[in-house]
Ligand binder design. Structure first.
Ligand SMILES: [Ca+2]
Ligand SMILES: [Ca+2]
Length: 174
């Protein structure tokens, strides 16, 4: 739990830094595809075409058992600063694939972290649950910071943090 709590606070700090540095995710477009990514791309890209369609990217992801449970391809593309499109070239495809894989791995940790905070098991983290969870770890935040942290997590401002909002916060997928 100490690790998990540190995880949230670290995420918060990185989130705030990220908000101040919009260009941070530009690295995504600089990736070079591996042979495996190339062959997967060629398997699904339309013949003679240097691009792969969005729906074929989803099929390719399924080959890796990557389910786009929380994040749509459009969201992942946005994380990578890729221009929204119905087709992507090899390098963008490779970047999307890697990002989706990494998000999927994070998602398992995020789900169990979420469950630890959602002590009444209603599928949402309330502000008092967040406060209690942090306090239990002796990581009490000043009231104002707690309010800011919760406000940043509660994306739709309904006073509760859903799993999706929590995952967005933890992965900065705004
Ligand atoms: Ca709850
Ligand atoms: Ca909410």
């Amino acid at each position: 739990m100490v690790i998990i709590c540190g995880f949230i606070l670290t995420a918060f700090v990185i989130y705030m830094e990220h908000n101040n540095n919009e260009s941070e995710l530009l690295w995504g477009s600089l990736m070079v595809a591996t042979e495996e990514e190339k062959s997967l791309f060629n398997l699904f890209a339309q013949e003679g075409n240097q691009q792969i369609a969005i729906e074929d990217i989803e099929k390719a992801f399924a080959k890796f058992s990557i389910e786009l449970e929380l994040f749509s391809l459009a969201t992942i593309a946005k994380r990578l600063d890729l221009t929204p499109s119905s087709h992507y070239e090899l390098d963008s495809f490779a970047a999307l694939l890697r990002e989706a894989k990494s998000l999927n791995a994070d998602y398992e940790v995020i789900k169990s972290t979420f469950a630890n905070y959602d002590t009444d098991d209603d599928g949402f983290i309330s502000r008092s649950e967040l406060e209690k969870g942090l306090a239990e770890q002796e990581s009490q935040l000043p009231k104002r910071e707690l309010r800011d942290l919760f406000a940043n997590m509660d994306f739709n401002h309904d006073g509760q943090v859903s799993l999706k909002e929590f995952a967005r916060f933890m992965t900065f997928s705004y």
